[in-house]
Design a binder for this molecule. Structure first.
Ligand SMILES: [Zn+2]
Length: 393
């Protein structure tokens, strides 16, 4: 795939086909505004190199039936790594964005860096062996880490509350360890990239992805490109103030969105709900609640669970309405474990958006729940495609 570096037009065509394929040659001509003879020549070259393939015939609108082109998913592969505080996941991904296999381990933010590097080395090798793929066929390794990602001039990054390390040249270390190109990104941003390439964001040029999980993060695609701010610190929606008289947040401020919306807050609010005792049977008579128990209780019509999730939906709705008023996106995509509460969360969330958003058409913008299984590892892998195809979206 290094050959793509030689031609900007090849990059554009491959980029478009991965994102929107399968496509006919005339669709490529129309979208990229490249002349017909050029597209015929360039696609021929890409087919000869094995990067794209012809994949079926469409319906004719009068003339010859169009032949569709798609990416050859097995032309090259990517590694996507989620290096979270609690877990490390390594996935081998093909060019179509399909995760071939994932190896993962619970780390509880307690492993040594050496142990992490060893795990990455051993498991990337095992994954290649399992799928009979030569390391030469791998384009690179993308890594998603929790933000903010303070990158210094010399490449050192500073991560908060991260395996007891303050400063580390993570990119360089991994490059040397794996002998492959490495790209880093913040989890919420890389998940947004995955949505843009392979998920609900595919058909939108402007959208906001909200990662609602242990905390709340977000990523923004503006005019087709991932916006990451002037210090790669954008999207920290979890620490925008919703209530200046609210609870103290881990960041030191008061009343951040994250003090109202998080997985731990769900469990806390259920236990302190005045009717919790009456519904103990719906929660397995347990004070050791898990999100799965809460989901089960909702199915069994727990009023406590419903009121807590509804309330969280409203709070998240306020945070999202603020960003809609600010950025006027076409759509919102929700991800993270909190999004799995679906209608109990999204109905009050949509109500709040209707109430707080000013622009009439934006009051009803689509609110999707992600359909991607593992958008952080997938998005991390996409960082490499982004850099090879020089596209930033
Ligand atoms: Zn905060």
């Amino acid at each position: 795939m290094e050959i793509l570096a030689n031609s900007e037009q090849w990059q554009k065509i491959v980029n478009l086909i991965i994102k929107k394929g399968p496509l006919s040659r005339s669709q490529i001509i129309k979208t990229l505004k490249i002349s017909q003879p050029s597209v015929t020549r360039l696609t021929e070259q890409l087919i000869n190199k094995g990067i794209i393939v012809e994949c079926g015939v469409g319906i004719s609108s009068g003339g010859r039936k169009p032949v569709f082109l798609n990416i050859n998913p097995d032309y090259s592969y990517l590694f996507g790594i989620e290096l979270g505080r609690a877990v490390i996941k390594i996935s081998l991904v093909n060019l179509m964005g399909e995760i071939l296999s994932t190896h993962q381990a619970i780390t509880n933010n307690a492993w040594s860096l050496n142990k992490i590097f060893e795990y990455i080395k051993v498991n990337t090798t095992m994954l290649l062996k399992k799928h009979k793929i030569n390391v030469k066929e791998v384009l690179g390794v993308g890594v998603g880490v929790p933000g903010p990602l303070n990158i210094k001039q010399d490449g050192t990054i500073h991560l908060t509350n991260f395996y007891n390390v303050k400063n580390i040249k993570l990119k360089e270390k991994l490059k040397t360890l794996l002998n492959l190109p490495v790209e880093l990104g913040i989890n919420a941003n890389v998940a947004t990239l995955a949505e843009s390439w392979y998920g609900k964001g595919k058909k939108h040029n402007n959208f906001i992805y909200i990662l609602a999980d242990d905390g709340v993060g977000s990523g923004m695609v503006i005019d087709g490109k991932l916006y990451s701010g002037s210090h790669k610190a954008s999207g920290v929606i979890g620490h925008t103030t919703i209530d200046k008289n609210g609870d103290k947040c881990i960041c030191g401020n008061i009343g951040c969105l994250e003090t109202m919306v998080s997985t731990t807050k769900i469990l806390k609010n259920i236990k302190k709900h005045p009717d919790f005792k009456n519904e103990l049977h719906l929660f397995h008579n347990s004070h050791n609640l898990t999100l799965d128990i809460v989901k089960e209780a909702l199915i069994k019509k727990s009023k406590v669970a419903k009121s807590v999730i509804n309330e969280m939906g409203s709070s998240l709705g306020i945070g999202i309405a603020n960003t809609i008023n600010l950025l006027d996106p076409e759509a919102i995509i929700l991800g993270g474990r909190i999004s799995e509460f679906s209608f109990d969360l999204t109905d009050p969330l949509k109500e709040m958006i209707k109430k707080k958003v000013l622009e009439e058409q934006s009051k009803n913008i689509p609110i999707y729940i992600t359909t991607l299984q593992d958008n952080v590892v997938l998005g991390a892998a996409t960082l490499i495609l982004n850099s090879v195809l020089n596209s930033n979206n």
